[in-house]
Write a protein that binds this ligand. Sequence first.
Ligand code: SF4
Length: 889
Amino acid sequence: MSGDAGTPAATRTTCPYCGVGCGVLASDDGRVAGDPAHPANRGRLCVKGAALGETLIDADRLRHPTIAGRRVSWDEALDRVARRFRATIAEHGPDAVAFYVSGQCLTEDYYVANKLMKGFIGSGNIDTNSRLCMASSVAGHVRAFGADIVPGVYEDIDEADLVLLVGSNAAWCHPVLYQRLLAAKARRGTRIVVIDPRRTASCADADLHLALAPGSDVALFNGLLVHLAESGALDRAWIAAHADGLAAALEAARPSARRVGEITGLAAADIAAFYDWFAATARAVTLYSQGVNQSSAGTDKVNAIINCHLATGRIGKPGAGPFSLTGQPNAMGGREVGGLANQLAAHMRFERPADLDRVRRFWQAPALATRPGLKAVELFDAVLDGRVKALWVVATNPAASLPRARRVREALAACPFLVVSDCWPTETTAHAEVVLPASSWGEKDGTVTNSERRISRQRAFRAAPGEARADWHVIAEIGRRMGWRDAFAWRSPAEVFREHAALSAFENGGTRLFDIGALAAIDDAGYDALAPVRWPLPAVGGAGGRLFAEGGFATEDGRARLVPTPFRAPAVALSGRYPFLLNTGRLRDQWHTMTRTGRVPRLLAHARAPVVALSPRDAGRLGIAEGDLLRVASADGSVLLRAALDPGQRPGEIFAAMHWTEAFASSGPIATVVAAACDPLSGQPELKATAVRVEKVAVRWRGLLLGRSRIRKTEALYWARARLAAGEAIELAGTEALPDGAGLSALVMRLLAAPPAAETVELSDPGRGIWRIASLVAGRLDACLFLASGAAPLPRPEGLLPLLGTAIADDRRPGLLAGGGAIPSRIAAGGRVVCACFRVDLPTLERAIAAERLGDVAAIGARLGAGTNCGSCLPELKEILRDVHAAAE
Ligand code: SF4
């Protein structure tokens, strides 16, 4: 369907990144704009969404199926997959095969995969990377509401008087929703409380930041529940009408409530202010995200939050409710079809014989799975120990994203039959026997569901490269080749969607809230034109809005449950050997393992290299300076990262981003270090608390390589690369002394990868430990290398970047490498362009604010443009303003 706003002949589609689910107008020439008609974003996009057009790069895409690296036809590849799956099942049973899919999959992909595994192969072994994202919310919802339901809608954020952000850096991870929150604050004075061990960008606008001890959220909310009870703030009439379990929840809460200050480490006055604000504010929304879910007590955290909303009747009402923000674009769609190993389908459950019978009859399933399958972490354990012998990974990169990544790679390497569907080569495709090229965003059709239950279309607007195909189509083809022709006979995603909608309504009669029966008979044109719509959407009864204000929960008796949540300390055990707590998470401008966003220079400008943030107090104690190279090691592995001193870190705790892999940095993903303690109910791993040690690495030399081509073999202990507008910048560091004489010359030529015919220009000062060498090929600047031994400074070479690939006249060559100041240490550590839209970096901002006495973000915007486009950098601009003004006082 074409839009008529923003870009002529644009296609209305949905952003493929976070769970906000913004509408996008996209044209095949790569222009994108926010869709003013989409209710999630009303025309806004964050910096990642705004840069989507720049990700439409077909270089490096997987274009053809391969078997053991050999290009094959689709027929040959599909036959191999079907035959190996059939043989594995025949020999070892259905539980010897598994699918590991993704919140990037469209609902139609998910539906087909779930039906094939649970209905026809006959195993529950389909899990998804959404297990890492929100499985604890699913488990908490089911315990409290009887089904996996988000009660609220985005309008609640517009209409709240108090918003809690719990374990959520929404300013970076759900930026457009955060902008809605700031608009509400400006309009109605909404109070914001951030509950997070770290001082994040979301704290810039907070009225109160509770930097609680990691993993102590349950105690904090248990204390709130007791406070509500003791201060007369419970809604006893609502509870009597709609919820059970208050007495038991209070009893379980009291021990930790009595010690809440001790457990959380928070000041009594701050706790009291928070409790009083919540007790006094009817319109209170609790937004929570990975800091809650990614925990060995994640489900209890979710229920401790929900308990407080149920106890006050603040649920499903305008501006009130607990609200899980999903990380991925279609985590919710996956939950709707039953894409988690412990779900059956369409919100029906393994534990209910009637549900099993219903799904069996609907699918006419010959071998319906009758028990849950393996959850993500245990699934890869089962691959490693040989219980799972054939695995299909779709649209995700577990070799870089699952905890204990080294062990996961061992499992992938040991798997007798691994097939991977993806758009680009990854650390996971590297292990696959069969690689299937998948169509990507902009090339495929289907639906996604965002955090507020809103189903939107993703639409194709460009051709897939090579022979890439949509995942639903490929999975259905495997189903047919395995012998189930009729059950997998769809010819379009619309047909899949109709069946999915029909299952949601099948023998429903109001017993299951997930009901989109009104869409079961949608025709192809209607599917094509489908406007964003929220469920429940039964055949009769209108579109879904807020839920549960008047009860009607999905339990047998229609009543909600307050769940006892006794406080349990986090599973992590610090020790003398591993005294630091490692937290991991997202950055503002990157997505997952960077297969898409890592290709966009302006998205890399915000953080060019991976760093580990630590408190200045710890740094001082350990003799660590900004930019120093550190080894971060746990019992499971180690990585090398540059130090970034961050006063927002609590002493004893460090933070590293989840995004970097070997494609971008020498030491690979932080997941190598992360342990795999899981929540006992949800199976979600604790990605935010691993015991580690931090050691400073003695670096003997540093380097910077600028080039127009991808990284060559380097001989450095550490490297990190970033794509720039005019090539690539690669940071290097080594722990051995640089060679001298011929050895150094050979190293330089290897790093420059200069062909024999290349000319070189050199401006070195070996006495000071400085080498600057450029190579020219056919008169054009091909690469530049800067090396600095010991404490010698590296130059700041920005002026050279536009010259890469250009002809350099003879008379300019002698001065080519002259000039340029020393690189400040934080630039060496990764540099930072704060406003990616207008490319305004931190030094420019600091200078302008100080010299021109800029007083607020509006003044910065008027002077430099920063913050006036997508708004993603506004929280950082406020922090920088505060810091510069504080330094000037
Ligand atoms: Fe995409 Fe999320 Fe940004 Fe919206 S807020 S543009 S969905 S990344």
